[in-house]
Design a protein around this ligand. Structure first.
Ligand code: AMP
Ligand code: MG
Length: 324
């Protein structure tokens, strides 16, 4: 079975093609704002402009014609509405034109599925931290449950906001990481863990207010130490509650070496294992949507055109899981 997947929930347009055995193509183009954060209309325009080129490149990379595919998958949500529309329109058109089954998948669950496909993790507790989402997700009794999540903005978004105020372009996470590597010093900030949940908006504001009074490196390091400790503390509690022996880290912030180190240390202390998918599958990508689509199509799921509207706030715990 060969399935094409389209990712367009936020800044990245991705087109991937997978078979049961391998990832045949994984093409992507990222919208990079000239200033500020992700402007929804400009990001959507970027996606429209690059759609044909990425589709052609994916076809060539996979050495497969679109009409020979067994499924067209797209990320139906959650995400930025204007961006979600692009993937949905392309997927519906391809499906209709070539009479290929259509499947709309949940972006967060696709991150988890590609994570277990590309690592040895089997049934992990997942920490999904990206520009738009921060959730701890666990699979129990036939459903994915969100056991902890941000009460306001995502961790990646908070890093991007702080970096922007420090004068760095989007995405800011790697810049904060680079600044933080230069020092071991930290200043005390608040520690926003709330039961199994956490929040980053206040922490980002607090750090921004210290710009100028505290050295940039120290501020970046302090932000990382506080924000990552909060997420790893919640992850540890989630694992303890579920007697979980596997942690999977995914989403763009999962590329951060300090966060990985903290997750690894925590897992070592609990005799658990930490898994990190390769970077190209941590960031948003088309292959993960294709893989999730393949799992669902094989389980007999399909999305009709009528049911294929975007779902900007689609939570992973609302998805009926028939493929596990
Ligand atoms: P995603 O939304 O999953 O594509 O991930 C994008 C987010 O990941 C942005 O907020 C980036 O700032 C963040 N990010 C990427 N690389 C790193 C890194 N090395 N450390 C921290 N955050 C990162
Ligand atoms: Mg993502």
């Amino acid at each position: 079975m060969n399935v094409l997947g389209i990712e367009s929930t936020a800044h990245t347009l991705g087109v991937g093609i997978v078979s049961e055995e391998e990832v045949l193509a994984n093409q992507k183009s990222m919208f990079e704002p000239e200033e500020g954060g992700i402007h929804p209309r400009k990001a959507a325009e970027h996606h429209y402009q690059h759609a044909l080129e990425l589709l052609n490149n994916a076809e060539q990379e996979a050495k497969i014609d679109i009409e020979d595919l067994d499924g067209i998958a797209f990320a139906q949500g959650p995400g930025i509405p204007q961006c979600l529309d692009v993937g949905a329109v392309i997927a519906r058109s391809l499906s209709k034109k070539h009479d290929i089954p259509l499947i709309g998948v949940n972006h967060c669950l696709a991150h988890i599925s590609i994570g277990t496909r590309t690592t040895e993790a089997e049934n992990p507790t997942t920490l999904y931290v990206s520009g738009g989402n921060s959730q701890i997700i666990d699979f129990r009794k036939g459903f994915y449950r969100i056991v902890g999540e941000t009460q306001d903005i995502a961790l990646g978004n908070a890093l991007d906001k702080l970096a922007r105020k420090l004068g760095y372009p989007h995405p800011g996470g790697p810049e904060i990481e680079r600044l933080a590597e230069e020092t071991d010093e930290i200043v005390e900030l608040s520690y926003p863990v709330k039961g199994m949940d956490f929040s980053f908006s206040g922490l980002a504001t607090e750090a921004q207010r210290k710009i100028g009074d505290v050295d940039d490196n120290v501020l970046a390091n302090s932000f990382q130490e506080h924000a990552y400790a909060v997420t790893v503390e919640a992850l540890e509690r989630a694992m303890s509650q579920e007697s979980s022996t596997e942690a999977l880290l995914t989403g763009g912030v999962a590329m951060n070496s300090r966060l990985r180190e903290m997750v690894e240390d925590m897992c070592e202390q609990r005799d658990a294992k930490a898994y990190f998918p390769p970077p190209e599958y941590c960031m948003d990508n088309g292959a993960m949507i294709a893989h999730q689509g393949m799992l669902e199509l094989k389980a007999g799921k399909e999305t009709s055109i009528e049911d294929s509207s975007k779902k900007p706030n689609w939570r992973p715990d609302e998805v009926e899981v028939e493929w596990i």
